[in-house]
Design a protein. Sequence first.
Length: 303
Amino acid sequence: MASILKSLRLLADASRVRILLLLEREELTVAELQEILSMGQSRISTHLAQLRQAGLVEDRRQGKNSLYSLKNRELMPLLRAAADEIPEAEDDTKALHLVLEKRRDKVRGYFDELAGKFGRNYVPGRSWKGLAETLLQLMPPMVIADLGAGEGTFSQLLAQRAKQVIAVDNSPKMVEFGTKLAKENGVSNIDYRVGDLESPPIRAGSVDLAFFSQSLHHALHPQRAVEAAWKLLKQNGRIVILDLKKHGFEQAREMCADTWLGFSEVELRGFLEKAGFKGVQSWIVDQEKQNPAFETILAMGQR
């Protein structure tokens, strides 16, 4: 009876219930639980230690990691009933699928390491710029909306191959500067426009590619901005989002006028799917070495 009472006391905490619901479905490491639950390592480790002591979970070593799984399944009916009262449970399931997708993608880990070596040692003629220029030349000519373009540096790179680039920013000074810069450099296929991410001044169904480059976290309502992008795309048009992974660097609000401190992959995928995009995918494509070690997410979908 004492163990049952102890178990029930442990289940009074929603975070521990979320952990048990996940471990019923899959063995997970502390790092994977961190990513799914957006909790600190010490907090998760404390919860796991309590659950293991109560005989509810068990762990096994796999290389350098410990994999945790549900041990006592007698309480699962109670846990599933409790899941209906935990608003985060649905997002936890989506984040679990994402984590398992990443785990299976061993090749991606190899290429991440390979990319980290690129440019570390000097090799004549090998550079990120050269690689980017090569990839740009492979891009088919199309109409691109650069949403939240700033001064339009990326717009001008895209203009090398694009049929037309429509660069939208809510700052008249940025648009004026970008227009002047393009004119000085003889770039004639960029159209700079003053406008908001949630209602860009672009005709519906006229764009092949909608691109947000580190701009979505400035939107007051990111979901509305993604839905607005869906409307301006042609059938089978694509959306590409490059943005920061959710972080805790509060100074960014003042330093960079950030409205949101990044997004999780689950959140970005949710924005796209809710807007109606199909074939939604996302990847962590970069992590800075220096603190606060910002990570960059690439998310894509098709109308």
